[in-house]
Design a protein around this ligand. Structure first.
Ligand code: OFO
Length: 168
């Protein structure tokens, strides 16, 4: 049986994961509007990844005999100054999610819920990758000052990203 405090915190995390998906879809819409289809593709893959994160929590709660309670999502931001601002927001958001996962881990440890600690390790590792991917793109964007041929080349590079569901 899933510890009640852990269950409550995971339900809040499910909402954050779906909000992440919604935010990245909103960023994809902005990129489409800027005719940057490669960036839009990258954000759409991010949208799928976040839904995967949410569903992994959803399935875990059910597997442990808990109850998923969904809440409404806040409106995502819809407009940005440029691509640098989009990726600065993305990095800040991922740092916020990392803190949230760490807080969730602290609750599982405090409650001595070893199964949840083990389960949450996947998210701890995933956040390292998430932040690294975003930082790399943001670094390149700053290098090319977010414009010109460099921007078009990066757009092309990001157009090949595909969503591959992790095996576990
Ligand atoms: Fe982007 O890692 Fe989930 O939210």
């Amino acid at each position: 049986m899933l510890n009640k405090n852990v269950e409550k915190a995971i339900n809040e995390q499910i909402n954050k994961e779906y909000f992440s998906a919604y935010l990245y879809l909103s960023m994809a819409a902005y990129c489409e509007d800027q005719n940057l289809t490669g960036f839009a593709n990258w954000m759409k893959v991010q949208f799928e990844e976040e839904q995967f994160h949410a569903m992994k929590f959803f399935n875990y709660v059910n597997e442990r005999g808990g109850r998923v309670i969904l809440k409404s999502l806040e409106d995502p931001k819809t407009d940005w100054k440029n691509l640098i601002e989009v990726f600065e927001d993305t990095l800040h958001h991922e740092e916020f999610i990392t803190k949230s996962i760490n807080d969730l881990m602290d609750i599982a440890i405090k409650e001595k819920d070893h199964a949840s600690v083990s389960f949450l390790n996947w998210y701890v590792d995933e956040q390292v990758e998430e932040e690294a991917n975003v930082s790399k793109i943001l670094g390149t964007l700053k290098l090319i000052k977010g414009e010109g041929n460099g921007l078009l080349m990066l757009d092309k590079e990001l157009s090949v990203r595909v969503f591959t569901p992790p095996v576990k």
